[in-house]
Design a binder for this molecule. Structure first.
Ligand code: GLU
Length: 284
């Protein structure tokens, strides 16, 4: 089977050295395996994503010497696809509407000792659908809602297959099987109030659609694989293998972030730093 992998940045800021390291890691993995390298623009967040950042992604990656297949998939062109995926989950009764605000959820968690305020992405909340009449009234009143995946419903739906869910983590030392524990998220929001989908749903959908065999990304996203494996099982998508690479840090050992302006590829380029210098600094 030919390896297919992707680099999937969100155009919410300029790429920095950490992104370059990730993009190069993914690109070289494809090269070394004689596989395919895809670029995907994850721009479902219509308030934070900006066209100028998308343009900069193409410029920066080309400057690094990467090339990718076209057309590039831009998630904002495909909201209908994510709707359809959500509907597939709705038809199986695996999701419920959640009208609660973040504050209401935190208050509820404070009162319920079995719930946790610190899941991988904030509160690991587990709720349930509202009684039909109450829900109808809120919908009619135009109250915004998110869709949450019910872990309890997913467990019922999959039966023993839920406990058996696992994914393959490939490391330089070899491959290992990791038992998936999606419940660390509580009932995750898989369609947000503002845009009707989520990173999780869109990413899992696209990886399946694009035939991605290897998801290679930073270890800051390693928890996401647990939830993604569950979504794959619920949506009958194939399970890719995962490689979570280390994160690049500065001299002080601190993780590079979008706010470190000096480390953006654009700033480095503008200050006359050469591509070879950057590649060497990143170990390529
Ligand atoms: N769009 C995500 C990010 O910018 C990456 C998602 C992924 O590789 O699955 O962090």
């Amino acid at each position: 089977m030919k390896l297919v992998t992707r680099f999937a940045p969100s155009p919410t800021g300029l790429l920095h050295l950490g992104h370059a390291f990730s993009a190069l890691t993914v690109f070289h993995a494809a090269r070394e395996a004689g596989g395919r390298f895809l670029l995907r623009i994850e721009d479902i967040d219509r308030t934070r994503c900006k066209p100028e950042f998308e343009t900069a992604i193409y410029e920066d990656l080309a400057w690094l010497g990467l090339d990718w297949e076209s057309p590039v998939r831009r998630q904002s062109d495909h909201f209908k696809d994510y709707d359809a995926a959500l509907n597939a989950l709705r038809e199986k009764n695996l999701v419920y509407r959640c009208f609660k605000t973040r504050k209401e959820i935190l208050d509820e968690i404070a009162r319920a000792p079995h719930l946790s305020a610190d899941g991988p992405e904030g509160p690991a909340y587990m709720g349930e659908p509202l009684p039909a009449e109450e829900e109808r009234a809120l919908i009619d009143a135009g109250e915004p809602f998110a869709w949450r995946l019910s872990i309890e419903a997913a467990k019922k739906h999959l039966g023993p297959a839920y406990e058996a869910l696992s994914f393959t983590e490939e490391t330089p030392e070899g491959a290992r099987t990791v038992k998936a524990a999606p419940e660390i998220f509580g009932d995750p929001v898989i369609a947000r109030k503002d845009n009707g989908t989520s990173y999780h749903l869109a990413s899992v959908h696209d990886d399946a659609l694009q035939g991605v065999t290897h998801v290679i990304r930073g270890e800051d996203l390693s928890h996401a694989a647990h939830l993604h494996r569950l979504l794959q099982a619920l949506l009958d998508y194939p399970a890719p293998a995962y490689r979570h690479h280390r994160l690049l840090t500065d001299e002080g050992g601190k993780r590079l972030a979008k706010r470190d302006k000096a480390a953006t590829l654009q700033a480095l380029r503008d200050s006359g730093v050469s591509r070879d210098h950057v590649l060497k600094r990143l170990g390529f």
